[in-house]
Each structure stands twice: as structure tokens, then as C-alpha cells.
Design a protein around this ligand. Structure first.
Ligand SMILES: [Fe+2]
Ligand SMILES: [Fe+2]
Length: 145
């Protein structure tokens, strides 16, 4: 499986989660509820970020300035920092604001990957390498292809 297709598939699952959370943001009644969602969402977001950083290391030389690992990593750090703010929040409204911000940042980051970084990689890395990396992704995710 092509690594880029695998990551686009992961993004698609996040988009469903984000849609659901945006539709239900007003239903949260306590800070604890928002923080528990933050922990669950954070586990998935961090796992996705680490998987990208781990596998993209091998194709870093092909990335342009707009899609460099440095840019990707700093955006991943911003997502983690926002998750940290949700965890440390002491007010429901603040936590909700940060959850909405996290979703917005994530959508922007994923969109940038899909429109800038992934096309660069598809153009500049040979298909066999992307397939080999896709196999590594499957092994790490423990899924059968
Ligand atoms: Fe990413
Ligand atoms: Fe991504």
C-alpha cells in the first residue's frame, strides 16, 4: 500500500471525529468531559503525528521548503501544545475554546499536507519506496494488507 494513501485514510477518520465534535460542542456540560475527550483525541492525533515523523524521515530530502520536516514537526508540536492546554484547563469555556482551536488547527494542518506535502512526495519519491513505506506503516499499525 502507498504510504500517502494510508495517511489520507487516517485523515479521513479524523474528519469524521472532528465533524461529530463540532456538532456536539455545545452539549459538553463539564470540564472533565472535555478533558476526557481531549485525552482520547490526543492519543490519536499524537500517534498520527509520530507515525508521519517516523516514516517521513526517510524521504525528508525530497520535501520542499513548504513541506519540510521542520514545518511538519513544528505544526505537530502546536497540536500537542493545544492538547496540553485542554488538559491543564480549569474552566469549561476555556477548554471548549481550545478543543475548537485544536480541530481548526488540525484541519488546516491536514489540508496543507494533502495539498502541498503529499503531492510533492508523490511527484518526487518513486512508487516502490512509497509502497515499501506503506508496508512499514501497516506493520506498525498492526493491520493486514
Ligand atoms: Fe501531520
Ligand atoms: Fe497527517
Amino acid at each position: 500500500m502507498n504510504l500517502i494513501d494510508a495517511f489520507i485514510g487516517e485523515h479521513a477518520v479524523f474528519y469524521s471525529l472532528f465533524d461529530h465534535l463540532e456538532d456536539t460542542l455545545n452539549d459538553f456540560e463539564s470540564l472533565g468531559e472535555v478533558q476526557r475527550i481531549g485525552v482520547v483525541l490526543g492519543a490519536a492525533v499524537d500517534s498520527h503525528s509520530l507515525m508521519e515523523e517516523d516514516l517521513f524521515k526517510q524521504v525528508d530530502p525530497y520535501m520542499g521548503p513548504e513541506g519540510s520536516m521542520e514545518v511538519v514537526r513544528s505544526e505537530h508540536e502546536e497540536l500537542s501544545a493545544t492538547l496540553g492546554l485542554i488538559a491543564q484547563a480549569t474552566e469549561l469555556d476555556f477548554a471548549l475554546e481550545k478543543l475548537a482551536h485544536l480541530i481548526s488547527l488540525s484541519r488546516h494542518h491536514f489540508s496543507k499536507e494533502e495539498h502541498v506535502l503529499f503531492p510533492i512526495l508523490r511527484r518526487s519519491v518513486d512508487a516502490a519506496t512509497l509502497e515499501k513505506l506503506g508496508d512499514e506503516w501497516a506493520e506498525k499499525r498492526v493491520v493486514l494488507l
